[in-house]
Design a protein around this ligand. Sequence first.
Ligand SMILES: Cc1ncc(COP(=O)(O)O)c(C=O)c1O
Length: 445
Amino acid sequence: MSAATSRAEVPNDLAAFWLPFTPNRAFKKRPRLIARSKDMHYYTPDGRAILDATAGLWCCNAGHNREPIVRAVQEQAAELDFAPTFQFAHPKAFALASRIAALAPGDLDHVFFCNSGSEAGDTALKIALAYHNITGHGSRQRLIGRERAYHGVGFGGITVGGMVNNRKFFGSLLAGADHLPATYSREHQAFTKGEPEWGAHLADELEKIVALHDASTIAAVIVEPMAGSTGVLPAPKGYLKRLREICDKYGLLLIFDEVITGFGRLGHAFAAERYGVIPDMITFAKGVTSGAVPLGGVIVSGRIHDAFMKGPEHAIELFHGYTYSGHPLACAAALATLDVYRDEKLFERAKALEPKWYDALMTLKGLPNVLDIRCVGLTGAIDLAPIAGSPTLRGYHLLEHSFHEQGIMLRLAGDCIELTPPFIISEDQIGEIVEKVGKSIKAVA
Ligand SMILES: Cc1ncc(COP(=O)(O)O)c(C=O)c1O
């Protein structure tokens, strides 16, 4: 039976599953169910094709159900289901760490595995704190994030994150954090293709934060090279370099959250490479397995890693880890995914498609309610004017219309449409996305 015609089991009771980051009551009145996937498409239980314009959730960069990845996972499941990585290990975890380290720039050459972007963020923050502690700078405890940032949903991540609804219900969070301003200004940046000219000076706000708290109290600064979940905010030209300089001046560790930008989204293995800026740590997840099996991790510089490798050799160096750190299925999926990226030159493909992607998205300028269009790498976002008095309602209507009527999966952040297709997308499919998004925008005008 083909992917398009097969019927998967349709549930008759939607009550028990509490969906994450979803308006559950609205969803359950008119569910958007996915049963199968292949390459650029999802298929509903009744076999309707849905064009995937979001790579699942910014993760299926190689497209769906790619044969080499499927086979690697199947073979791994038959060979070794689980092996602990506390005090034991299995060969593929080492092989994968070496492959990832080889892709990362500079001396980012050690990899700590976890299972998600959220765990990766919290792991990086903990390594930063522990690093200062063991090197005699235990007073460096403050963590600096940024307004409009998303670093997952752990307490560390929401503390340095800057999305109000992700923070305001959850108490006082970690003590002592501070935030850089967001890098977006519609007035100065609207309808820019790629990195905006305006905004590098916002990195200098870090000087003010240092002046307020003193460098001796600050452990690390964490930023996404492109803020994704808050509506695709590309780094202004020169911004990340400036942040690096200020971090170096004051001995602050710089962490890039590359959970979205890692593994090709901006046309390079890591955005660090695109911007010529080497952070002290990179967090990753999502694209590392093209979404096939959960996996996340932190790539750590030799300097930080080596600082921990002291003391008696039988003693644990870092009291941190997850039961499923370096799970065999995840490692097998990631090794196969990295092969697909390399063999099909998919990062290069993402880069080559950039100009066409930018031009195609900008054709939507002028449609009703379109306030701004942003794009960088193979990502894009379209801000729509909210319905007066009902923020996010236009976005929700658009999400429903696009799925049920247009046969396309989009991601909505409130009233902002986010587009992040798999890198195997054809030029015709770029045109199809723009056409379907345009129709959807008009339908909710
Ligand atoms: C930049 C960034 N960091 C962290 C996360 C959290 O990842 P996860 O949902 O795998 O915990 C995300 C998820 O979208 C993200 O975009």
